[in-house]
Ligand binder design. Sequence first.
Ligand SMILES: Cc1cc2nc3c(=O)[nH]c(=O)nc-3n(C[C@H](O)[C@H](O)[C@H](O)COP(=O)(O)OP(=O)(O)OC[C@H]3O[C@@H](n4cnc5c(N)ncnc54)[C@H](O)[C@@H]3O)c2cc1C
Length: 498
Amino acid sequence: MRQSHLSIVILGGGPGGYEAALVAAQLGAQVTVVDSDGLGGACVLTDCVPSKTLIATSETMGMLRGAAGLGIRITGSAGPAGAGNGTGAGDTAGAGPAAGAMGSGPARVDAPRLYARVKALAQAQSADVAARLAAEGVKVIRGRGRLARRAGDHAVVVGDQEIGADVVLIATGGMPRVVPDAVPDGERILNWRQLYDLDELPRELIVVGSGVTGAEFASAYQALGSQVTLISSRGRVLPQEDADAAMVVEDVFRRRGMTVLGRSRAASARRQGDGVLVGLTDGRAVRGTHCLMTVGVVPATGDCGLAEAGVARDDRGFIEVDRVSRTSVPGVYAAGDCTGVQMLASVAAMQGRIAMWHALGEAVQPLRLDHVAATIFTEPEIATVGVDEAAITSGRVRAEEVKLALSTNPRAKMQGFRDGFVKLFASPRSGRILGGVVVAPRASELILAVSIAVEQLLTVDQLAHTFSVYPSLSGSVTEAARRLMMPARREAEFGEPT
Ligand SMILES: Cc1cc2nc3c(=O)[nH]c(=O)nc-3n(C[C@H](O)[C@H](O)[C@H](O)COP(=O)(O)OP(=O)(O)OC[C@H]3O[C@@H](n4cnc5c(N)ncnc54)[C@H](O)[C@@H]3O)c2cc1C
């Protein structure tokens, strides 16, 4: 590893920016991070970390709701024993009676305490990022920065300061998209960044948009005790995801009492008295106490001086980059949500690191999106890695697949849930594992085995011969590999697809 003497300025202190800063500092560069809203970025302060903290509480509510089914009687519990936990049969979400404290069964959510915990945890995480950057000698400037023209090198302007740089990385992230007739007011019509400033849980929450963010919040608030209506413009929730997985989640949503309105496009959201009225394009209207808009992310690239510097953007404003994060301007790189490549913290961080390795002359492997592991934190979770079913059905990838329902897994029975499955895709010729989908509680943890298999080019035989614990949910991963062994072997030996 060579030590660099280049100067780097990074616009944005989210995962795209701060992970890049750490790599560049370790390589000896002089690094300055300019950030306007707090280190850790939207990821830590308003988006990923707060939503997953909220979901930790909603998961616990789900467990409490299923406690009776596992033979636990909680003092003061009025309800009869149910058939399972949060993803099992017999779930019903109680519309909570009181503002501020809601829930079903024996437990009530204390909204002010929940939101205070979410915000404190985000601040603590942001402080950890700040401490880590300080320990590596990274200079941090609080403020909005923009690129400036300068002969010879690049420069970033923050207030009345101009900082020269050999290399600039733009990692300014994104912002919630706003529908003109449904502008958030922070009280009744909300975007996901405004939820934690409420002093109550929404009694009747209308979630507009059934992509990942909409589905996660709909799932969480239903478990916390809100009566949720999910408005989806497509035929099913999570239209971009594995269809079998989306069907399981939608089925669980409906069974718990959520209203899912498919093929329904929201045109407007207006305050009406103490509540909100969401108008649909077909003329129907949905009433609730609150409305959460989750209709996508737009790039935060507006006032960064990109046009003046000649940095090319696509027609939606996302910065165009190649697989080593270069923009159209030499010496200017971009990473994370502002590039629109794949809006995940892990991808933003990897793009940022790759940018620095490339800029500082290190050996670098271009970004590989086909190995990205991702999770949708609904209940149950959906975790995916590698090729997907759509690639197989369209004929782009040839693969064998097997799908094992978790309802027959002994650990799942013991824990009282039955919704979910493990799906594996493998090459029929080589037996190599090409991808997989896990739908289960904590699928985000279970997917690692499949992710390692995909990354390390393992075959179904190798995974099938790997020990899993008995009883365990991961036993279904190795069992799925065993079921795939025979087709792979047949084609390898006889050259026939099965
Ligand atoms: C509700 C929600 C939940 C999510 N959950 C997950 C999850 O579970 N897992 C996952 O991997 N991803 C998740 N994501 C996606 C993840 O949050 C983003 O992909 C990630 O934040 C992108 O990081 P970034 O560095 O590009 O930008 P950000 O995290 O948005 O950081 C950008 C920073 O730049 C600052 N900035 C903007 N303009 C300027 C300027 N001109 N000058 C200085 N600073 C500027 C911003 O204020 C911000 O601090 C979630 C997203 C949402 C909306």
